[in-house]
Design a protein. Structure first.
Length: 378
């Protein structure tokens, strides 16, 4: 087979775009190169991302665009008009759309990855033009794609239930952590704490600043316990969209001296931030998978997260969960975990075991099997 992959959302820039979908593409390609020694690939990337940047073997031919397709206003025309022409020219056997979309005029069988259906479940949290395009194209794509890859069992249930896709066409290919997410050496952690002047204890959140991450409620819950603890709250992550209400709420609550926004965290330092934290909190209302809790567990950090969408599937019995619409429940859980060292130690051990259950190698094997099934069914 000659497999073409839309990797335009691979981002090697310091921004919120270098997050879940980008890491998914990067890891799937890396592990496909390990499990597939037969087929050849054409990897379509954005301007500036070439073969050397990705480090893939020669049979994975990286084809960067001359256009800045990391920008959706450029990427959408590429997906719909240029991609079909390139697929014909390159003689591809199969096309993999890595984020919900395959071209309307796709000339070859296709596989598509669905990361979540947040634009349907929470349309108010998206800009109107993003929502309209994603809604129309996802519904159209899943009807036409030979196989759909869902990043969690929860996402599969939504694809089947909300989009009417037969379950046998949906393959669950879970995310996993990258190799550097593991408990650091004590000396490295001590040096990191000193370098950043970190307090002995702190609560950490990491994720894009956007509405469904539920950060205003996290601030409200933290305000409830602020008199009962001197442990600060640190919030890491790049600014996504519609994030200004979070900063407004911080001002209203008078928490500017207790809550620190540390911005986008560099990849190399992220495991150290997790490991340094007393606990990791992730109050998101909705996730197709939810990478940060898995990363935190892999680094040996106790996790407190929502009991909604895919998050219980990710943390299993290794995390403490709460109703993301209940501020009091979040506040109570935060205080309980801060005060109970034995519970934190128990969750730390369970978390390491739970994180080890997810493997990019397995995801790559399932992805390759879906490619083969898609071509055969077509």
């Amino acid at each position: 087979m000659h497999i073409a992959v839309n990797a335009h959302l691979l981002a090697h820039t310091r921004s919120f775009r270098r997050a879940g979908v980008s890491h998914y593409i990067e890891q799937v390609l890396k592990h496909l190169a390990l499990v597939d020694g037969r087929n050849r690939y054409t990897i379509y990337t954005t301007h500036g991302l070439d073969q050397a940047a990705l480090g893939l073997p020669p049979r994975f031919a990286v084809t960067p665009s001359r256009l800045p397709t990391i920008n959706p206003r450029v990427r959408i025309p590429w997906e719909q008009f240029l991609a079909p022409l390139l697929l014909r020219t390159n003689g591809a056997s199969l096309f993999h759309g890595t984020l919900n979309v395959v071209p309307l005029a796709c000339p070859v069988p296709s596989v598509v990855t669905i990361h979540d259906l947040a634009f349907i479940r929470f349309p108010q949290t998206f800009r109107s033009y993003n929502r309209t395009y994603l809604d129309f194209m996802t519904r159209t794509t899943v009807r036409r794609a030979a196989r759909i890859l869902a990043v969690s069992e929860h996402t599969k249930r939504e694809v089947v239930g909300m989009l009417g896709v037969p379950p046998e066409r949906v393959v669950v290919t879970p995310n996993a952590v990258r190799d550097h997410f593991r408990p650091p050496e004590p000396s490295a952690l001590a040096a990191f704490r000193t370098r950043h002047s970190l307090p002995e204890q702190f609560v950490l959140y990491v994720g894009t600043l956007e509405p469904r991450k539920n950060l205003s409620r996290l601030l409200d819950a933290y305000a409830q316990i602020a008199r009962d603890t001197n442990v600060p709250l640190l919030i890491g992550g790049g600014k996504g969209w519609l994030y200004q209400p979070v900063f407004e709420r911080l001002e209203q609550l008078g928490l500017k001296d207790r809550v620190q926004f540390i911005g986008y965290i560099e990849e190399e330092e992220l495991p150290l931030w997790y490991a340094a934290a007393t606990l990791f909190v992730f109050p998101s209302i909705y996730e197709g998978f939810g990478m940060p809790p898995l990363e935190a567990m892999a680094c040996g950090t106790p996790v407190l997260t929502s009991n909604s969408s895919s998050l219980p599937e990710v943390v299993g019995d290794a995390g403490l969960t709460f109703d993301p619409t209940d501020t009091n429940a979040l506040a109570t859980s935060l205080l309980r975990l801060l005060r109970d060292g034995d519970l934190r130690a128990e969750l730390r051990e369970r978390g390491l075991q739970q994180a080890a259950r997810f493997s990019w190698h397995t995801t790559a094997e399932r992805t390759l099997a879906a490619y083969e099934a898609a071509v055969q069914s077509a």
